[in-house]
Design a binder for this molecule. Structure first.
Ligand code: DP6
Length: 320
């Protein structure tokens, strides 16, 4: 095969990944759990280019340079080393989510890239292998290989750190884009700074593993209330941890906080809704499907609102 196209969807963590114990292999300090969405996918084509001198990367029709090209080329180097190839590639990617705004574009991006590159270079990987490979591009991408709810095991090394599906009740997400701009500090840089400077960093892996164990049992029991409570608590703990770095990093803006308040108010009125946010100002509200429309309508004053359902795992669309 000389070209392959894959499509992957973003995921939003209900138990967050924040911090690496191995930066080269991207092994996390703790496991995490997420919901893969059915909107805002990334579609990526990898074409082998034997005549080219170097890799090229085009994102949304624009030739990429700098850090994003460097990350893609480094990932292709990994794929080539596994495939025993030296052939450069042309990568073309279309991403429907605003890049770098904390809506998991690196997760869908590296899940699609890993799957398309593995096919183009002839690596024969199952879902676990693809999840491990995607992880090397961006940790959260390991989870976008998997449909619906996915747990990414911290593992005890490269081979055991992958994501797999978990049974869970039907859940929807209301995405509230309060600001589509680029975030000030990338999650990669912020994770490192948190680990090096926060006095709370030591407690984080243990409490996250505890939250994860509770979350998996709540998912298996189909207990939406427990799932929601753990989701919101764990998100706010992550943001508290990030804010305690030196110099501090604050992703949540007054508008994000207003969404968390509006969600708490909905709960007081008996609506089961719980908020979370990744490394950016945008907020995602976890709801049961019957409440999605009403919660979305309530959120409209804060920004662009979209309803997402559980989505599919990564798909190989075509190859030649
Ligand atoms: C806040 O997966 O983008 O979204 O592994 O350095 O590429 P790298 O980080 P990335 O971090 C995601 C952080 C998060 C939480 C989560 O998705 O679990």
């Amino acid at each position: 095969m000389t070209a392959a196209t894959a499509r992957a969807f973003p995921n939003i963590a209900l138990v967050k990944y924040w911090g690496k114990r191995d930066e080269e292999l991207i092994l996390p300090v703790a496991g995490s759990l997420s919901l893969t969405l059915d909107i805002l996918p990334t579609t990526t084509t990898v074409s082998l280019a034997p005549e080219a001198e170097a890799d090229r990367f085009e994102l949304n029709g624009r030739e990429a340079t700098g850090e994003s090209l460097r990350r893609v080329a480094a990932f292709l180097d990994l794929v080539r080393s596994l495939a025993g190839s030296q052939t450069p590639a042309f990568v073309r990617s279309r991403n429907e989510a605003p890049t770098g705004a904390g809506l998991a574009s690196s997760a869908s991006g590296f899940a699609a890239l890993a799957t398309a590159a593995a096919a183009a270079y002839g690596l024969d990987l199952d879902a676990r292998g693809l999840s491990r490979l995607a992880r090397r591009g961006s940790g959260s991408a390991s989870r976008s290989i998997v449909p619906g709810v996915a747990v990414w095991h911290a593992g005890d090394g490269d081979e055991t750190s992958f994501a797999e599906a978990v049974a869970a009740p039907e859940m929807h997400m209301v995405i509230v884009t309060v600001d589509a701009g680029e975030k000030p500090v990338s999650s990669r840089v912020a994770m490192r700074r948190t680990a090096l400077t926060s006095p709370f960093a030591e407690a984080w892996p243990r409490t996250t593993e505890e939250s994860l164990a509770e979350m998996i049992s709540a998912c298996e029991a189909g207990d939406f209330t427990r799932i929601g409570r753990i989701t919101e608590t764990h998100a706010l703990r992550m943001h508290a941890l990030i804010q305690s770095a030196d110099p501090p990093i604050r992703y949540l803006t007054p508008r994000s906080v207003a969404v968390f308040d509006a969600v708490a108010e909905l709960r007081e009125r008996g609506v089961e809704a719980y908020a979370t946010a990744d490394a950016g100002p945008n907020v995602v509200v976890l709801v049961q499907s019957a409440d999605a429309e009403a919660v979305a309508a309530r959120m409209e004053e804060f920004g662009r609102v979209q309803i997402a359902k559980p989505g599919p795992g990564v798909e190989l669309l075509e190859g030649d």
